[in-house]
Design a protein around this ligand. Structure first.
Ligand SMILES: C[S@@+](CC[C@H](N)C(=O)[O-])C[C@H]1O[C@@H](n2cnc3c(N)ncnc32)[C@H](O)[C@@H]1O
Length: 220
């Protein structure tokens, strides 16, 4: 596959240089658990899929909470992947696979209806109007995700950013979206428990200023 033609990643790929132990983890653990869209594994009954896992706090938590699930995390940011690799090694987590690129590339390759839970937590807000088209949450991406979600599978979308929240509310109010998803957790609902969704690095940063909204939808 020519990934250059299909990928749409706008954020940075790396910040600090990797330390030697992190480089070693990329050479060993990452190679063992990287997921290849052209050579997909067997999918168990439970598949948890996260778009933009950042430092991996949520996907690591889900993997430990649901040891029988296959947890697939997508994240192109190298330092975030390095953090998750360290957690996987330290906690001896066995059920995580990583895709280090645009989640849409992997989504397109997945068979239909395999995902039983999806997460998009604190996606980059791209606040400038001319950058709104970069937002990961858009109707096209959500419909693509829906094709790969099992019936009744839940999708959690969280943001602390007021204009991104308005954007998400507008999209999820559209008839096309409502033909595919039903809202379970609306703006009025409290944050899910930390046992269900841990506080991620971005939520922690955001909490210093404003609480996040957690919207939850069910695929129909
Ligand atoms: C603001 S961070 C939030 C990270 C994490 N979810 C958290 O709550 O701490 C958004 C992340 O999404 C990742 N991202 C952006 N576009 C993506 C895409 N198309 N596929 C997968 N990840 C993406 C970015 O690299 C970034 O790390």
């Amino acid at each position: 596959m020519n990934q250059q033609k299909t990928r749409t990643i706008y954020g940075r790929r790396q910040s600090r240089p990797l330390k030697d132990n992190q480089k070693n983890l990329f050479e060993t653990l990452f190679k063992a658990i990287e997921i290849d869209p052209l050579n997909l594994p067997e999918f168990p009954n439970e598949v948890i899929f996260e778009i933009g896992f950042g430092g991996g706090e949520n996907i690591a938590h889900q993997a430990q909470k649901y040891p029988n699930a296959l947890c697939i995390g997508c994240e192109p940011f190298v330092n975030g992947i390095a953090s998750l690799l360290q957690t996987i090694e330290e906690q001896k987590i066995q059920n995580i696979r990583i895709f280090a690129d645009d989640a849409n590339i992997l989504l397109k390759a997945l068979p239909a209806h395999v995902i039983t839970k999806g997460f998009i937590l604190f996606p980059d807000p791209w606040p400038k109007k001319r950058h709104h088209k970069r937002r990961v949450v858009c109707l096209e991406n959500l419909l693509q995700l829906h094709k790969k979600m099992a019936r009744n599978a839940e999708l959690v979308i969280a943001t602390d950013h007021p204009t991104y929240l308005e954007w998400i509310v507008d999209i999820t109010a559209q008839a096309t979206f409502k033909n595919h998803f039903q809202a379970i957790n609306t703006l009025e609902c409290p944050r899910p428990s930390e046992d269900d969704i841990p506080v991620t690095r971005y939520e922690k940063k955001a909490l210093e200023n404003r609480p996040g909204a957690f919207l939850i939808f069910k695929a129909i």
